[in-house]
Design a protein around this ligand. Structure first.
Ligand code: ADP
Ligand code: MG
Length: 705
């Protein structure tokens, strides 16, 4: 076929499919981003209907999405007039009858129906007024031979209303795909070397495309899925690894060649505690990175309380030893304040000048700060987004720490890069641990360090679930903790959809607590989003200074606040929180030497997922383990920070469910690049070509969108 001349078969435009009207082609582009035959073939069924299974009328229950029945049709009746006209019939098999209904295409259906012969019926049963019926069933004359030869797993494609109106429903899509596949099947080239195909026990690519769209049986489907998932995951990993290599060789950065007096002086004389091995390892990794004339982009992952701050601080000291300035950016004012409060004494101990800049910094302080930054006198600046402003000019910014990276977008990162002639090294601290394989994929362009060890002497937080009815017992317990001088958080959910009610619950809860813990002996703080920032700050400070024993709050305390005397975290309506959110909240206690407690209060009725979340919280305090379960429950789509990364555009694979294949693909890609970093060997030619194709595709999309 001449039109394949220079283009790979899969890159052929769908407009080349004979009989596909331009209008439909345009619709496919608009609704599904399908431009090429390859796109079309990758419009995978989202599920399959098992056409081998024949039900009986008696077996019908509401949950069945579809049933297939064999029987005869009787009592055909036309009811109503004109616009309300409908046709009904009874479908009978050995076990009973069910009503069929048609609202449209009545004449056509009526012609098709013959009395006294067996039909194979396919349709969705719905419960209406206490009995089941099937609207617009698919009907065909039944013959045993036909059933034996029919494709058994029937694909179901997603399609929009507009597509359905244009005959691009499941059937239409199946037909179109079949046609396209027949057209190009012979030209679909292998994308990986034969050796890999053998080693990974993959089926040929063109067969995989056939079997995914029209599997003869469950096993064919499994083989097809494995091949195509591998295709996605492997090339994704290969791309990420190559990109990472390019970043490392092409983005120049400032080499921090020496470790000097500032770092060594602090390390020897002022380090408030011995670093954990994990902290030491990560500091080493950072030291090795920044010594090179290449910009560092490193993500430090560590559970809440694992001690990321000191690692960041030590890294900043290396910058200072080399004549550079450093900054630390936090997502909220409170967090920035807290970082500043903990770093200031450390910095001052070694004569390093540190300051803070946030949205609420006064003009006069700002002016001084700006001047000190430009002169280079100020060495460390802590702050919020305010640091990004163009007015904030450094003499020589060399190192940037970003806390909680998911709150910063790519554009903001770019702004920071522009603050010096070469981009500063970037260290990102993430308090939301995610499984390593996912991190590698979601943040493929970053190097990753993991602090997988908590400072010594931490007692695991005792976590327990209670139903509402136990509240009095829970409050007795709170009282006993308050009596021995501990402080307590009580957290309420707050979401937009039910904001009014949520506030009401919070305030009711607050009043209830005040009744239990009346002044003047006790004091209860309350903090929520409706308070003015100054009032919020005031209330927080009262708790920090231990002027109040109990802090009632919405999730504002989720990140940050460090009150080591707080030993109890009570989470109200815990079933409404996500797992990683619960874990973050729990991380607010257990910061001191005392035994700490996290009590999860829920209503009596719990969904299966909520139960799993609560149980997981009771079982483990390991953030990475929790992240895994969270991912399993929610899927990676919801994961903070991954949406914007754009690398998770996977059509078939699921990072959680296909984790094993993901890891295998990763290892394979690593091995291949180790032997042949540029993919120049003849045996890697297919890989090189395929990557080029993928790249071209990305560029084309870039132009279009
Ligand atoms: P996170 O990783 O959650 O940001 P932080 O850096 O805030 O954790 O550290 C949590 C607490 O643990 C802080 O009070 C910090 O001073 C303390 N800490 C950090 N590292 C150690 C260590 N190696 N030994 C003892 N305490 C430590
Ligand atoms: Mg922190």
């Amino acid at each position: 076929m001449h039109f394949f001349c220079n283009v790979s078969a899969l890159e052929t435009s769908i407009t080349q499919i004979p009989g596909l009207l331009p209008r439909k082609a345009a619709l496919l582009l608009k609704e599904c981003n399908i431009a090429t035959i390859g796109d079309l073939l990758q419009w995978y069924p989202f599920r399959y209907i098992d056409r081998t299974r024949i039900f009986t009328v008696k077996e019908i229950v509401e949950e069945l999405p579809y049933v297939q029945l064999i029987g005869r049709i009787e009592k055909v009746e036309i009811k109503g007039k004109e616009r309300t006209q409908r046709m009904t019939a009874q479908f009978r098999d050995q076990t009973g009858t069910i009503e069929l209904v048609w609202f449209q295409g009545i004449n056509y259906a009526r012609e098709k129906i013959k009395p006294g012969v067996d039909f194979l019926l396919f349709g969705k049963p719905t419960l209406f007024n206490g009995t089941y019926n099937i609207a617009h069933p698919e009907l065909e004359l039944f013959s045993p031979e036909k059933l034996a030869t029919a494709s058994t797993l029937q694909p179901v494609y997603s399609s929009s209303e507009a597509m359905k109106r244009n005959w691009l429903d499941t059937k239409g899509m199946a037909n179109l795909i079949r046609q396209a596949l027949n057209m190009v099947s012979a030209q679909i080239k292998e994308t990986v070397p034969d050796e890999i195909i053998q080693q990974m026990q993959l089926i040929p690519l063109n067969i995989a495309y056939h079997w995914i769209h029209a599997p003869g049986n469950a096993q064919e489907l499994m083989f097809a899925e494995r091949r195509l998932k591998f295709e996605e995951l492997f090339f994704l990993q290969l791309k990420l690894l190559l990109q990472n290599r390019i970043n490392k060789t092409s983005i120049k950065g400032f080499p921090f060649e020496k470790i000097g007096e500032v770092f060594n002086g602090f390390y020897k004389n002022h380090l408030p505690f011995e670093l954990t091995n994990a902290q030491k390892r990560v500091v080493k990794e950072i030291r090795a990175d920044v010594a090179k004339p290449i910009q560092m982009n490193r993500l430090v992952q560590g559970d809440v309380g694992s001690g990321k701050t000191i690692v960041a601080f030590l890294s900043m000291l290396i910058a200072i030893d080399n004549g550079f300035q450093a900054c630390l950016m936090a997502p909220t004012e409170i967090l920035a304040q807290q970082h500043f409060a903990s770093l200031q004494p450390l910095a001052e101990a070694i004569g390093v000048k540190i300051s803070i800049l946030t949205g609420s910094s006064k003009k006069k302080a700002r002016d001084i700060l700006h001047a000190d930054l430009v002169s280079g006198e100020l060495q460390i600046l802590v702050g919020t987004h305010a640091l990004l402003e163009d007015k904030v000019v450094f003499k020589n910014l060399g190192f940037v720490v970003i806390d909680e990276q998911h709150r910063f977008g790519v554009a903001q990162r770019a702004k920071l890069w522009a603050k010096n002639v070469l981009p500063p090294h970037v260290l990102i601290m993430s308090a939301t641990p995610i499984p390593r394989t996912l991190a590698m994929t979601a943040y493929g362009d970053l190097d990753i360090s993991i602090i997988d060890e908590l400072p010594p002497g931490r007692k695991p937080i005792f976590t327990k679930h209670h139903f509402e009815k136990d509240r009095p017992r829970v409050l007795e317990f709170v009282k006993s903790q308050v009596e021995i001088g501990r402080q307590v958080y009580v957290v309420y959910p707050l979401i937009e959809e039910s904001e009014q009610l949520d506030y009401k619950n919070l305030m009711n809860g607050y009043e209830h607590l005040v009744a239990w813990f009346p002044p003047p002996k006790y004091h209860v703080s309350v903090v929520h989003g409706k308070l003015k920032p100054a009032d919020k700050e005031f209330e927080m400070q009262r708790f920090v200074k231990h002027q109040t024993q109990i802090m009632v709050a919405t999730t504002v305390i989720e990140v940050g606040v460090n009150v080591s005397n707080a030993s109890v975290m009570i989470i109200e309506s815990a079933e409404r929180f996500g797992l990683s959110q619960l874990h973050q909240l729990r991380g607010r206690v257990g910061r001191g030497a005392d035994q700490s407690y996290c009590l999860l209060l829920t209503s009596f009725k719990l969904s299966k997922e909520a139960r799993r979340r609560i149980e997981t919280m009771e079982e483990t305090t390991d953030g990475f383990r929790i992240a895994e379960v969270d991912l399993e429950l929610r899927g990676p789509g919801d994961l903070q920070g991954t949406q914007q990364s754009g690398t998770l555009d996977l059509k078939l694979s699921d990072i959680v469910k296909d984790n094993k294949l993901l890891i295998e693909s990763r290892h394979l890609a690593e091995r291949i690049l180790q032997d042949d970093a540029q993919l120049e060997q003849p045996y890697n030619i297919r890989l090189k070509l395929r990557l080029k194709e993928l790249e071209k595709k990305m560029m084309n999309w870039g132009r279009i969108s």
